[in-house]
Design a protein. Sequence first.
Length: 199
Amino acid sequence: MGRRWFKSSSVLYLIVAGAILYPVFFKLQSETQEANAQTTPIKTSSSWREASFPVESFQGYTSGFGYRIHPLTGEIQFHRGLDIAAPLGSYVRSWWGGTVIHLSDHTNCGTMITIQSGSWTHTYCHLMGSVENTPRGRVLVDRQGGIILWEGQTVPTGARIGRVGVSGRTTGPHLHWELAYNGILIDPALVLRQMFARL
């Protein structure tokens, strides 16, 4: 009886331990993937000079790429982009020419745009305006700023695509800017360094 009880309690222990450790393992696995994104080498282009700094009226960088203490929750979280402070209503420019592949205004990112430029995607968050569904498709509308941007629209490098706002989850006006190369997150500060090193 004692041995049987020991075996069944050991099995029960393994099941409970597995149930606890299983989600922890996958959380660590996803954090490892995020950490790997920080060290991914950047494939540079000979035409970096054509790229545009993404915001007018630049005031400074408020939060970098990587792990940080979240300003609203106080938790340690992976920050997927670079936060660039600018006055409310400052124009945001397309870093690189490409096609608008996603518009949204219902996430923590607030009103946001994602543009595809070859192997690169660049995302702009916390913008002014809203996204409307029309028979023609989704469109970002910021009438006061004179911005109308359609999903599927092609935009040139440096085009005004939006304005700095406070939409979504934010503590103040800024642009949250994300970059990914072939689906892998890249530190935007490294890209900016490459751009300005070639000027």
